[in-house]
Design a protein around this ligand. Structure first.
Ligand code: SAM
Length: 336
């Protein structure tokens, strides 16, 4: 058996690989090995979760952001973005519609928009929980004070998504001129400590990112053991400083999804919208490589296109009910 097949067998049997082994695997994997890897990841997912796919309704409630991440289409410096901010009443309207469509988890995501003060967010979370006590509320609003995270949790928020973006400190600080590597990690630790179910994750194909950096991403996740892991390809946006870069590939991203499933087998892993944007069957391929969550967009159609983290994002003209049934058909056609 080749060295690589041995490693794949080891990861499947033990859910463990060293940093060096992961790096070696990423540097040497062939197309044939990839099929073996996806198959092991699929079997592992099935052992933990069966054929279930969890749906989370995604509400992109503001594209206003104080940060300036070099890769992101809604970065503060992009003057070409038409900015919007949904009112708390409009966000609750999205939840009403989402609830009707059967969603029981809402992901409230935005740029880092401090217009939504702690007070506004607390009232919003309390109102959603009052209407729908059984739903889970997931926040994805970026960096705030620990005290704010605490009061949002106390008011009923259950989960928090904050990708670590890259585990390379050097790359992180190049890509995030307004943010600090240690702050991001401190936020993730604090969120976990407070009691949130936490989602971390990273992008694949960032300029300058090496196989060793990606191995570091997985080792960091093995340490943090988040409940959720979001992995997506970096997709260049023309109105950003990285607009002419190459971006991540579907193949490289699927490899990272499969490795995450094998190394942190109990985690919830979304088949990301970015994967669906890169390839018409990207999300289905991710489900076959170990992902088990899909986050259909329930943002109002009137503002959807303005939440352009990258260009050509799928579902821009769709209505929440279109996405709901489209995704159900896709999941079933993929065999889940
Ligand atoms: N502001 C919040 C935060 O920082 O966690 C949440 C919103 S942020 C726009 C959501 C995620 O979008 C980021 O964590 C990043 O990984 C992803 N993202 C941003 N620009 C992207 C791009 N050009 N390609 C792929 N993913 C991108």
């Amino acid at each position: 058996m080749s060295n690589l097949l041995n490693l794949l067998e080891k990861i499947y049997q033990t859910n463990d690989l060293t940093y060096k082994e992961i790096t070696y695997l990423l540097e040497n994997i062939t197309n044939e090995d990839r099929e073996v890897l996806y198959n092991y990841a699929l079997k592992t997912k099935q052992a933990y979760y069966g054929d279930k796919v969890y749906l989370r309704g995604l509400i992109e409630f503001s594209n206003i952001c104080r940060q300036d991440c070099l890769y992101c289409g809604i970065r503060a410096s992009n003057a070409k973005v038409e900015r919007y901010r949904l009112t708390p009443e409009e966000i609750i309207g999205c939840c009403d519609q989402g609830y009707e469509l059967g969603y029981r988890t809402f992901v409230l995501q935005s740029g880092e928009d401090l217009w939504y003060t702690e007070e506004i967010l607390v009232a919003l979370i309390q109102e959603i929980k009052k209407r729908y006590p059984e739903v889970a509320i997931t926040l994805s609003i970026g960096e705030r004070r620990v005290e704010t995270y605490q009061s949002l949790f106390a008011s009923g928020a259950d989960r928090f998504l904050m990708r670590h973006e890259t585990a390379s400190k050097e790359l992180y600080e190049t890509l995030h001129p307004t943010m600090r590597f240690d702050d991001r990690r401190a936020c993730l630790s604090a969120l976990k400590e407070i009691g949130y179910q936490v989602g971390a994750g990273f992008m694949v194909g960032l300029p300058g990112q090496t196989p060793a950096d990606l191995a570091e991403d997985l080792r960091y996740l093995m340490e943090l053991r988040p409940d959720m892991i979001g992995i997506g390809p970096f997709i260049p946006h023309s109105e950003t400083p990285l607009g002419t870069e190459k971006g991540g590939t579907i193949k490289d991203t699927l490899v990272m999804v499969a490795l995450a499933r094998l190394l942190i087998p109990e985690s919830l892993i979304p088949a990301t919208t970015a994967l669906g944007t890169l390839h018409p069957q990207g999300r289905e391929l991710a489900l076959k490589a170990g992902a088990n969550v899909v986050m259909p967009i329930i943002t109002p159609t009137s503002v959807r296109k303005q939440y352009a983290l990258y260009e050509n994002k799928i579902c821009g003209d769709d209505h929440p009910e279109d996405c709901r049934y489209c995704i159900e058909r896709r999941i079933q056609a993929a065999g889940f």
